[in-house]
Design a protein around this ligand. Structure first.
Ligand code: ZN
Length: 260
């Protein structure tokens, strides 16, 4: 009888020790997980999408309504040039020749990210545009900014003709001080093409000509397929939104649901 009680007692002690051990382990896991979550709240988004898919509009809404911050590599270059620094002068030379090497762009992005404080969500505006840029960006984020959660959002347009139609029907006031934008489809007097605000002549931008748009679509399709294939290879999820026939407000609402 006495021996039986001793066994029961030892068993009880073992049970208590075991539960303490698991509790501690469980507690540690929770603490670890919650600290991870705090870190991963810092997010960098990149928006992929064809010309006219609405990347710029979505980014602008994220800034004004969600307090996100956007960074454009083009603006970073222009700021550096405006400073008149040695680097700026070099950049200007490259820009005059046509293209700034990817390595320099990613270096500028690194300097900008280094200066960021707090946990504001960042949108990379129009970057990466090629597979090489995606590779360099991925190395940068992995090596130096692993505390950021990197998310790729693809605004996919299935009805390309709709976008071509929309972009080619855009008219802009030729008066440099006005530059009001009109749509040929909703213009009352289609033959006159006169600006209601200043009386200036409405013209089509060189960028909005059909052959130019079709060429940009073609370039985009090739580059985007290569970017996505790279992200698939390294296991980065590409979150796809169908934006065909969707209004900017609707795209924003859909994005907002998954953004946080
Ligand atoms: Zn005008």
């Amino acid at each position: 009888m006495c021996q039986n009680n001793t066994i029961k007692f030892i068993f009880l002690i073992l049970m208590i020790l075991a539960s303490c051990f698991f509790c501690k382990k469980f507690f540690k896991t929770c603490v670890y997980k919650s600290s991870c979550k705090t870190n991963s709240q810092k997010t960098i988004f990149t928006f992929l999408g064809a010309p006219g898919a609405g990347k710029g509009t979505l980014a602008a809404q994220c800034v004004s309504k969600l307090g996100f911050e956007t960074v454009s590599t083009g603006n970073l270059c222009r700021q550096e040039i405006a400073l008149g620094s040695q680097k700026g002068k070099k950049l200007q030379e490259y820009m005059m020749k046509g293209l700034v090497p990817d390595e320099i762009i990613v270096e500028m992005l690194k300097s900008w990210l280094d200066k960021q404080k707090g946990d504001k969500t960042i949108i990379l505006d129009g970057y990466p545009r090629t597979q090489n840029q995606a590779i360099l960006l991925n190395s940068l984020l992995k090596d130096k900014f692993s505390d950021y959660n990197f998310r790729v959002v693809f605004l996919q347009v299935f009805d390309q003709e709709e976008v071509v139609k929309r972009l080619t029907s855009r008219l802009v006031c030729s008066n440099k001080a006005c530059q009001a934008i009109y749509n040929l489809a909703t213009l009352k007097d289609k033959n006159k093409r006169i600006c209601k605000k200043c009386g200036g002549k409405l013209i089509q931008r060189a960028d909005d000509k059909e052959e130019v748009i079709r060429r940009r679509f073609k370039d985009f399709a090739k580059n985007n397929a290569e970017i996505i294939s790279f992200y698939n290879k390294v296991g980065i999820i590409v979150e796809t939104f169908n934006v065909s026939h969707a209004m900017p407000k609707q795209i924003f609402e859909n994005f907002k649901k998954v953004a946080k």
